[in-house]
Design a protein around this ligand. Structure first.
Ligand SMILES: Nc1ncnc2c1ncn2[C@@H]1O[C@H](COP(=O)(O)OP(=O)(O)O)[C@@H](O)[C@H]1O
Ligand SMILES: [Mg+2]
Length: 302
């Protein structure tokens, strides 16, 4: 009877009156279980953003057709500029979520893009300040992780584009992630940066009790014409990282840079470019490593 009275009371009062007691930010739970991949490297210019954006688009396209979320936690906002034709401004920013006094849901900030099955966080000019402000917050490394719980149920893959440093934003990305994808161009500085990042991942796992895995080290901007430098870095990568090296490599391809400048993914800009084939192959390899592979055959990279 009490339960019936409760329902009747609710009906009399109207559902609208019941709403204020629902905590802000609680959203419907989905049925998916996303794998979260942080794309990180301490050096800038190694192809983090190009990889995050084009891998996200490739995973959302056939044959994978996965539901993908792009999270841009880099204050430079290059994800939004790389896809400015398809990503539109949102009302809630990542900074609003990260700096909120009470826990908020990342889904509040997520906007759909014009690309099928791809959602994103909108550009956020405040993220630089946010990194500094996070320093005084208790449990600052865990804010994105807890805000992302619901988003994990709405997507198959969540890709986070990290800044080229190890500040609070990158730490939030690493703590939220299951896997780290490490782009490395064929330069000594990028090569040395891989070791630093792997050491950071170990520190995060030990001190912050996480279970981050390395999805792989990705050779980017590979120019087969500069053989000597390539060979030296290649040998050093193989010697040091062996199994961690992904089979797919991304060649230097001006269409990738032109697509980024035009605000389009390589698949929108020039779907037959070598860069498009390379990111299609990377998506197949990543899906395979994550156990999300579709039955369709992958397109060869080389
Ligand atoms: N494989 C590639 N071939 C040619 N240009 C590339 C390639 N990957 C990235 N670029 C270009 O290099 C620059 C740096 O790449 P970006 O992805 O923004 O690096 P990061 O995010 O690591 O700073 C951009 O201008 C981008 O368009
Ligand atoms: Mg970038």
């Amino acid at each position: 009877m009490a339960a019936k009275r409760g329902v009747r009371g609710l009906l009399r009062g109207g559902f609208g009156r019941a709403r204020p007691s629902t905590p802000a930010g609680i959203r419907a739970t989905g049925r998916r279980t996303a794998r979260v991949i942080a794309v990180a490297a301490q050096k800038g210019g190694v192809g983090k953003t190009t990889t995050t954006v084009n891998l996200a688009c490739a995973l959302a396209r056939p044959p994978h057709g996965l539901r993908v979320l792009l999270v841009d936690i880099d204050p430079q906002g290059h994800v939004a500029s790389s896809l400015r034709d398809s990503i539109h401004p949102g009302r809630v920013s990542l900074s609003d979520i990260l700096l909120a006094e009470r826990p908020r849901d990342l889904m509040e900030a997520v906007v759909e893009t014009d690309i099928d099955d791809l959602a994103a966080t909108p550009p956020d000019k405040q993220l630089n300040d946010t990194d500094a402000q996070l320093s005084s917050r208790v449990g600052r490394e865990y804010i994105l992780q807890s805000a992302m719980v619901n988003a994990r149920s709405h997507f198959d893959v969540i890709l986070i584009d990290c800044p080229p440093n190890l500040g609070n934003l990158t730490l939030n990305a690493l703590v939220s992630a299951d896997e780290v994808l490490v782009p490395c161009d064929m330069s000594i500085l990028a090569f040395e940066g891989v070791a630093d990042l792997l050491a950071t991942i170990e520190t995060v796992n030990v001190r912050l009790r996480q279970q981050l895995d390395v999805l792989g080290v990705l050779r980017t901007r590979v120019d087969r014409r500069t053989t000597q430098i390539n060979d030296a870095i290649e040998q050093a990568l193989e010697h040091n990282y062996g199994d961690l090296l992904l089979d797919t490599e991304i060649p230097i391809n001006s269409a990738l840079a032109k697509a980024q400048a035009a605000g389009l993914s390589i698949f929108q800009f020039q779907p037959r470019a070598r860069g498009a084939r390379a990111y299609t192959a990377l998506a197949a390899e990543v899906a395979e490593r994550l156990g999300l592979a579709s039955a369709a055959p992958a397109v060869a990279n080389r």
